[in-house]
Design a protein around this ligand. Structure first.
Ligand code: SAH
Length: 184
C-alpha cells in the first residue's frame, strides 16, 4: 500500500485523516521538513529523502508492494508536490497557495498558479495580460519583470514571515520559500 500524504506547511496542519494514515505506515519517507511536521504521528521506520528523482520514486513504489508505505509531501501533494510523481493514493494537505490566498483574501478562482520554484517559468508570464498570477517562487525569481504592476511578496509563512505589498519594480524575493502574487 502506498499513500502520498500532505502534511501542510505549518505545525498543526495535519488532518485527522492524514494522522491516521501516517500512524499506520510501516515505513515513512519524506524530506527533513515534512518528517519534522509529521513526527508526532509516526510510529514506523523513518527514511529521510535527500534525492527527488524517478529512480527514488520507483524504488519506493517497489517497497510498497510488500509494506505499508507513506510518502510525506509538504503542503498539498498536488501543488508542485509528489502526488503527480509517485504512484500512490493521495491524501490532501493545506498548501502554501491556500495560506497565501487567505492572507491576501483573494479567491483561487481569480488567479492562475505558476510554478517558478527551481524552474524557469518565463513562458507563463504573459498570462498576466488576462489573469492575476500566483507564483511559487524561490530567490532566483525576479518580480521586476512585472514592471509597475502591484505585487505581494509572502515569504516563510509560519516562520520568520516577510509580507510586503509594493510595485513589482521595487520588489525582491529573498527566500527560497516565497509566494509572489501579481495583480493584472
Ligand atoms: N507542495 C507545496 C509546494 C512545494 S514547491 C505546497 O502545497 O505548498 C515549493 C514552493 O512552495 C516554494 O517555492 C514556495 O512558493 C511555496 N512554499 C512552500 N513553503 C512555503 C512557506 N513556508 N512560505 C511561503 N511559501 C512557501
Amino acid at each position: 500500500m502506498l499513500h502520498v500524504v500532505g502534511v501542510g506547511i505549518c505545525e498543526g496542519h495535519i488532518t485527522e485523516r492524514a494522522a491516521k494514515i501516517i500512524g499506520a505506515a510501516e515505513i515513512v519517507f519524506g524530506s527533513k521538513k515534512a518528517i519534522e511536521l509529521a513526527s508526532k504521528y509516526i510510529s514506523g521506520e523513518v527514511v529521510e529523502m535527500k534525492k527527488f528523482c524517478g529512480e527514488v520514486y520507483r524504488e519506493i513504489e517497489k517497497i510498497s508492494s510488500k509494506k505499508n508505505v507513506v510518502v510525506l509531501s509538504t503542503g498539498d501533494p498536488m501543488v508542485a508536490g509528489l502526488g503527480s510523481k509517485i504512484d500512490g493514493v493521495v491524501e490532501s494537505g493545506i498548501s502554501s497557495v491556500q495560506l497565501a490566498l487567505a492572507k491576501l483574501r483573494e479567491d483561487l478562482c481569480n488567479c492562475v498558479v505558476v510554478d517558478a520554484h527551481s524552474r524557469d517559468a518565463s513562458g507563463d508570464f504573459d498570462l498576466i495580460e488576462k489573469r492575476n498570477l500566483l507564483i511559487l517562487a524561490d530567490r532566483n525569481f525576479d518580480p521586476k519583470v512585472f514592471g509597475s504592476r502591484k505585487v505581494a511578496i509572502i515569504e516563510n509563512i509560519c516562520g520568520k514571515e516577510r509580507f510586503k505589498i509594493c510595485l513589482a519594480e521595487e520588489a525582491e524575493v529573498k527566500s527560497d520559500y516565497a509566494i509572489v502574487y501579481v495583480w493584472k
